[in-house]
Write a protein that binds this ligand. Structure first.
Ligand code: ADP
Length: 307
């Protein structure tokens, strides 16, 4: 096999109380990529469709992660990468992470899988760092493993796969404004009050428990962020109106997806998730800001081959 086509999914990082350590994988939104083994040595990005992104491997997250992996292997051939980008860069649903995992996942398949998913994520971290200026894996891990993924530590990289109930659905609104991860990180407080930290880890522990046991009431009571959201939500127009409408329409909870501007809501069952979508649409239709909105099942498989 010399060529592979893959679906590299969008992901929601942070999940309210799990800042920088937790994410989940979406089903209905993602990029496609083609990875090809070629005689010419090195990593070559030969095609990008959808958005204007750099072709130089060193400036594109998929190229940087591919180069990290290429340096770790000893081969007398190279790889070409084609990116069919559907996830808008800077949308907050892991556009850069999809590219970062896509190249290394595809190369690994063509090489006969010498690396496991955690090792592949380590290469992908190098690519993601190009976009966000720091090493983190809360989008990469769910894109690579699927479902909900908890990044226990980055160095050494330890990823825990968290089970979740079958009928958990996400509604994601993406207002068409750009917030760069690096810009949104600059807003974060350097210190947090002990009281807030206590609330946050109680919520996060509850979220993990609720996901494991499939207890929607526990999940609902856990989806609060008292540390990051109060700062970052200022960058997202009509954030409070959207989250209020989602809860009133039956969502378990809502929060900023990654560093925004996308906002996620979680719901029990697809009908609730569609009601939440309708309610959010009503709010945003009045604002004059363009937006995309999606309902997605939690994607338990993650990145996959599509040919
Ligand atoms: P997101 O959360 O959507 O990934 P980021 O702000 O983390 O958004 O990353 C987007 C930034 O990374 C943009 O400045 C974009 O130009 C840069 N970038 C470089 N290569 C890629 C790529 N292959 N896919 C997406 N973004 C990329």
């Amino acid at each position: 096999m010399n060529e592979i086509r893959i679906f590299s999914p969008a992901t929601v990082a942070n999940v309210s109380c799990g800042f920088d350590v937790m994410g989940f994988c979406l089903d209905s939104v993602g990029d496609e990529m083609v990875i090809r083994k070629v005689e010419r040595k090195g990593i070559h990005i030969t095609r990008i469709e959808g958005f204007d992104l750099p072709y130089e491997a060193e400036k594109n997250v998929s190229g940087v992660s591919a180069l990290a992996m290429y340096d770790a292997i000893d081969v007398d051939f190279g790889f070409e990468i084609e990116i069919y980008k559907k996830i808008k860069p800077g949308s907050g649903i892991g556009s850069s992470a999809a590219s970062a995992v896509g190249s290394v996942f595809g190369m690994n398949e063509l090489l006969g899988r010498p690396f496991n998913k955690t090792q592949l994520t380590e290469f992908a971290i190098k690519g993601e760092a190009l976009a966000s200026k720091c090493e983190h894996a809360d989008n990469l891990a769910p894109a690579m493993f699927g479902g909900f993924a908890l990044v226990k530590s980055v160095s050494p990289l330890v990823i825990l796969e968290i089970p979740s109930p079958e009928d958990l659905y996400a509604t994601i609104i993406h207002p068409q404004i750009e917030i760069k991860t690096a810009e949104s990180r600059a807003l974060l407080p350097k210190e947090v009050a002990l009281q807030d930290a206590t609330t946050q880890w109680a919520n996060f522990g509850s979220l993990i428990h609720g996901l494991h046991t499939g207890d929607f009431e526990v999940i609902k009571n856990a989806l609060h962020d008292v540390i990051v959201e109060p700062h970052r939500s200022k960058l997202i127009p009509y954030f409070n109106e959207v989250t209020k409408a989602a809860i009133n329409a039956g969502a378990l909870g809502s929060g900023i997806s990654g560093s925004g501007p996308s906002i996620f809501s979680l719901s029990k069952g697809i009908e609730n998730a569609i009601n939440v979508k309708d309610a959010i649409e009503k709010v945003y239709a009045k604002t004059g800001i363009d937006f995309d909105i999606h309902v997605s099942k939690i994607n338990s498989k993650g990145i996959k081959i599509i040919n």
